[in-house]
Design a binder for this molecule. Sequence first.
Ligand SMILES: Nc1ncnc2c1ncn2[C@@H]1O[C@H](COP(=O)(O)OP(=O)(O)OP(=O)(O)O)[C@@H](O)[C@H]1O
Length: 199
Amino acid sequence: MASPPLLQTHALCGSRGGRALWQGLSLQVQPQDCRWLRGANGSGKTTLLRTLAGLRSPESGRVERGALRYLGHAPGVPDALTPAEHLAFAAQWQGSSASSDAQKQALQRWCGKAWARRPARSLSQGQRRRAALAVLALPQPVGTVWLLDEPFDALDDEGVSLLCAQMQAHADAGGAVLFTCHSQALAERVRRGEDLVLG
Ligand SMILES: Nc1ncnc2c1ncn2[C@@H]1O[C@H](COP(=O)(O)OP(=O)(O)OP(=O)(O)O)[C@@H](O)[C@H]1O
């Protein structure tokens, strides 16, 4: 028997500034999916991810969701926090059982020793992106869906490989990923399951 979807939408419609972006979208995200959400600039990818995450109301229709992690286009690490503090705050906020060991491992994997305890305001875009991505390495419920908006932005080659491995391992473990990315070559390194195309 097929597994139940981890996230699904029913006749979802979305618009922005009076312009319809998508209509009647019935999407099912299954365990082990790693799906590329693609479309031209302005086609509504960010708006859709935010709607799926519950950060924005749809025009009509509904979303059924379980555990999820949303990472926006901007890394979203507050200026005043260090990557270590951001991770500790995220672990607490998620109510995750992330031990200090799990936090340490996530920090070591993603953030350099030289800057993991410096305020984000003093970090580069790539370092900030890494601090945001470290949160995904914390323990989380089985079947969590990751909604990632341009997660490869600003990463160097090593960061890209690390993220590809993290996305694949998450899908292998029964989670799912829906991601945007403007590079076909990058998307092809991780995509699994049908693309979702807007526009
Ligand atoms: N604050 C806003 N007010 C009105 N319209 C907006 C606003 N922000 C975005 N839009 C419009 O909503 C549409 C969808 O934007 P969205 O950011 O979801 O697209 P996108 O596919 O993620 O684009 P990109 O590939 O450029 O990141 C665009 O046509 C944009 O002009």
